[in-house]
Design a protein around this ligand. Structure first.
Ligand code: ZN
Length: 176
């Protein structure tokens, strides 16, 4: 396993539409090792989600995991498609391993249903709420060349981490 380097905002690969994965390649050793590397990289940099373009691979692959009560099960999404958005919205502070030391509030649907291949190459249908739903949307945006700052409707909430810790940490129950 290996920790991969993270592409940062300004790297053109973060603005590209990622290519679909050939489902026949999912079981290959190369691809399985890539998934392991993505998880190792996500954990190393204390993220709860990581999309392949963030490690300079323009492929439709996302990994996620977060322990805790409002946690996220260990999840691999390959060629994901959102097939349903819930009617209610939620606002959450978001951050991104590709945008150092910044946070901003983003409003997104609070429930989604997504269809994707898992790491066994089996097509799954996942219903997600809360943090899980927000994380899915944030990571899938990376596959479209979008960043959370593109989804912010109120740029006045854009906050450096040092100021976030002073002024906003108490009010925010969840940050991704
Ligand atoms: Zn991100």
């Amino acid at each position: 396993m290996a920790v991969l380097s993270i592409a940062k905002v300004g790297n053109p690969i973060l603005r590209q539409i990622a290519n679909p994965v050939d489902p026949a390649s999912i079981g290959s050793r190369r691809f399985q090792e890539f998934l392991d590397d993505m998880f190792e990289t996500m954990v190393k940099y204390e993220g709860i989600g990581l999309a392949a373009p963030q490690v300079a691979q323009s492929e439709q692959v996302v990994v996620m995991e977060c322990e805790g009560s409002d946690g996220i099960p260990q999840t691999v999404l390959i060629n994901p498609k959102i097939v349903f958005y819930g009617p209610t919205q939620s606002e959450m502070w978001e951050g991104c391993l590709s945008i150092d030391n910044m946070r901003g509030k983003v409003v997104r649907p609070s429930m989604v249903r997504v269809q994707a291949y898992d790491r066994q190459g089996v097509l799954q249908d996942i219903e997600a709420n809360g943090l899980f739903a927000v994380c899915i949307q944030h990571e899938m945006d990376h596959l479209l060349g979008k960043l959370f700052i593109d989804r912010m409707t109120d740029m006045s909430t854009l906050t450096q981490l040092e100021e976030f810790d002073v002024y906003w940490k108490e009010e925010s129950s969840t940050v991704i």
